[in-house]
Design a protein around this ligand. Sequence first.
Ligand code: NDP
Ligand code: 2IT
Length: 448
Amino acid sequence: MKLTNKYLLDLLKIVEKRNPGEPEFFQAVTEVFMSLQPVIEKRPDLVELGVIERLIEPERQIIFRVPWIDDNGKPQVNRGYRVQFNSAIGPYKGGLRFHPSVNVSIIKFLGFEQTFKNSLTTLPMGGAKGGSDFDPKGKSDNEIMRFCQSFMTELCRHIGADLDVPAGDIGVGAREIGYLFGQYKRIRNEFTGVLTGKGLSFGGSLARPEATGYGLCYFTEEMLKANGKCLKGQTVAISGSGNVAIYACEKAQALGAKVVTMSDSNGYIYDANGINIETVKQLKEVERKRIKEYLNYHPTAEYHEGCHGVWTVKCDIAFPCATQNEINGEDAKNLAKNGCFCVCEGANMPSTPEAIEVYFANNMLYAPAKASNAGGVATSGLEMSQNAMRFTWTFEEVDVKLRKIMVSIFNACDKYSKEYGMPGNYMAGANIAGFMKVAEAMKAQGHV
Ligand code: NDP
Ligand code: 2IT
């Protein structure tokens, strides 16, 4: 697909000029603009009202110093971010990422994507993202706690249960959310649902840890069904071995698929017998070890160094669940060559534009992240509902709601792809469906 609409091309030039050195943000905006071309032609009112000009500029961006003391008594400084992208349809909502690669471009691309993703969930949530260039790897529990407390000491001025509700992302799981929540409560002296992904004993929702991975499989099952296929009996390659990857693997196996790979930033494992997910959980969730150690328990499995080899493994379906741009054009060609017919994104923007071109050129089924990984934030929305009601639903109740939401997201992608003349292009369908709700809300609320 090529961007030819003059209005959008001119806007893209402004995006490039106003946000220098932000390639990931530029990439995310370009992808959405490509899908919006037919909408622009049909809806001159939205152009007139400057809806897209406003959508590409975050409502508020906060950058702050995070000082903390390491276990040797040495002062350390990191940089903290919260980008509140859009509040047209609800309070700002989106995760926090702690990873050394974090910068303003990464946080802005994630916040921009989150706006459309949250709109797709059918729940009332605006878009935001935050985080820090802090590297949790190799840090002690006490260092993690001191860092989280310092981070929240500043962040707590900018968030609130009806204002902005952060959650986890790469490097931020239940442990970090616990420390962040404790510090928020202490400083603000209020017990509210200001974060999601909380522990079950203090307002967390059952099924939130599982939600992104499970949701990915529910979406995939729906997309396969619409195309005369199902997950049962398929061979699946998964990248990553964090929260999303683990529960994608667990649910894919429960639905009858055979998962043969998982990875971390050092390398990937291949287990021809199917990944033993309990071993991965123990290694990653409890012991915080490297994926390579899997071989200590399953010596017939293989380990290979490097991040891209995982896409050379023969599979029917690929679930990239690690990080942005982890599948490039070459990787996509390898997938296609080996018979992979379907890519469903668990990570945010894991496919480069070149990879996406390869999917379409090979008629592969492609589920874009903002649709297929929306189960995590959707269940965060359900956690907010439970907190507001001061009530908890059972695992089954939450899981049924999650599944319904994923089915409705697939139906929206399908409907909009057909309505705008691109049947089967779920990327365009997701972008248009996510956009329409936000755009109508912005139109109704005037030029703010
Ligand atoms: P985790 O921190 O739990 O796991 C991240 C996994 O990805 C680890 O295996 C990590 O390996 C690997 N990884 C991270 N960075 C890189 C890199 N630069 N190169 C190769 N591998 C890398 O994070 P999550 O599972 O929560 O997040 C994974 C993806 O899913 C992210 O894109 C996130 O934005 C997205 N996502 C997460 C949601 C959630 O609810 N948690 C919801 C929706 C999307 P290592 O340990 O070596 O760093
Ligand atoms: O990318 C994402 O959707 C997330 N990291 C989850 C955000 C959330 O608020 O649960």
